[in-house]
Write a protein that binds this ligand. Structure first.
Ligand code: PLP
Length: 385
């Protein structure tokens, strides 16, 4: 062979039989077929055989299978991020003329999509009180295709009565999708509580190191698998096998990380709850968290993110100075990684509530707990002087 041909049509030279604990990272767009008659273009490669890298390589599908196993799902679609997962759910279930319900406490970009892209396509997304419970029945219309739940809610941490909402939805023929990111897909068994679609941002706890963006949409019925699958294929939601291999590695330590984060976060929240500058703690394990009793009933644990309110003695400027004074806590969005973060969340909108710049959200990382508390103590003292 000419060396040009040799370069692109190499023989495999490495010896076969490599046995390793790591999942191989398979990259690839084109998939080879043995003969023309074998050529297919189907997204469900577990069933129909590999057809195209867009629908996943063995690395992607390994991650998909492991998440499905953890969540008790029939199938999990791996997509480029949590927000892409939210989009996939909307586009799979809603069409022009559909009505959907989303809690006021939902992840901000979910509501942004509802009022932006979806509105323009004639999909009517109505916000609702996250603590509505069975009362959701009154909001369900003939054309209600989808009800979102997110528990605890983003930043304000309301715990929702998911079983009650699912019962009301199913009574009227609507489907329920959960954003289960807080629970990492494991601290709240969504399908056992009646949910139809279970999504999470793997970006947070499964990735666990602030170095990748991925999301999953899990279903537990064949009908929903086909419905979501058709949309997934048309949207072309390809993910990088390299990111999937990092997520697979993250899964190996998820149990240990969650156990430590829960303990450390509870210690920090407890300390804050006894500080005179703090008016309220919004952490699911604290009675001051809206829906705390439901959390005790439905969850098997808590994770690393929570919020707290300064008392009215503090101005928004002082709270901002507090954030800027922290040293170990970094200032940044997202959470679930190894680094502690603090933020006054911008544009928090909840009907009838004015947080007046005094609501701070923390993500606890893997630093030494007593040093995190010392950092908070130092910053609180500095702004109180
Ligand atoms: C971060 C987050 C998302 C979005 O995840 P990305 O991977 O950043 O797109 C969705 N829902 C919740 C609750 C989140 O915290």
């Amino acid at each position: 062979m000419h060396w040009h041909s040799k370069l692109v049509q190499p023989q495999t030279l490495a010896a076969p039989g490599f046995k390793s604990l790591a999942t191989p990272t398979h990259r690839g767009s084109t998939v080879l077929f043995d003969k023309q008659a074998d050529v297919v273009d189907a997204w469900d490669q577990a069933k129909g055989g590999y057809s195209y890298g867009l629908y996943g390589t063995p690395t992607t599908l390994e991650l998909s299978g492991r998440i499905a196993q953890l969540e008790g799902a029939l199938h999990s679609f791996v997509v480029p991020g949590g927000q892409a997962a939210i989009a996939l759910v909307y586009f799979a279930l809603c069409q022009a003329g559909s009505h959907a319900l989303v809690p006021h406490s939902a992840y901000g970009p979910n509501k942004e999509m509802a009022q932006g892209l979806l509105k323009g396509l004639g999909i009517d997304v109505e916000p609702y009180d996250p603590l509505i419970g069975a009362g959701i029945a009154d909001l369900i219309r003939d054309n209600t295709a989808l009800i979102w739940v997110e528990s605890p809610g983003s930043v304000t941490m309301e715990i929702q009565d998911v079983p009650a909402i699912c019962a009301a939805a199913h009574e009227k023929g609507a489907l329920v999708a959960i954003d289960n990111t807080y629970a990492a897909g494991v601290l709240f068994d969504a399908f056992a509580h009646g949910v139809d679609i279970n999504m999470q941002a793997l970006t947070k706890y499964v990735g666990g190191h602030s170095d990748l963006l991925l999301g999953t949409v899990s279903v537990n019925s064949e009908a929903l698998k086909q419905k979501v699958g058709a949309t997934y294929k048309q949207l072309g939601l390809a993910v990088s096998p390299d990111d999937c291999s990092l997520a697979l590695r993250g899964l190996q330590t998820l149990g240990l990380r969650l156990a430590h984060l829960e303990k450390s976060t509870l210690t920090v929240a407890e300390w804050l709850s006894n500080h005179p500058a703090v008016a309220e703690i919004f952490h699911p394990a604290f009675p001051s968290c809206p829906g705390h009793e439901i959390w005790k009933r439905d969850f098997t644990g808590s994770s690393s993110v929570f919020s707290f309110m300064f008392t009215e003695d503090y101005s928004a400027e002082q709270v901002e100075a507090f954030i800027n004074t922290l040293e170990m806590f970094k200032i940044g969005m997202s959470w679930g990684g190894v680094t502690s973060l603090a933020l006054v969340y911008p544009n928090i909108e909840r009907p009838g509530k004015d947080y007046a710049g005094r609501l701070v959200r923390l993500n606890i990382g893997l630093e030494y707990t007593e040093e995190l508390i010392a950092d908070l103590d130092r910053a609180l003292t500095a702004i109180t002087r």
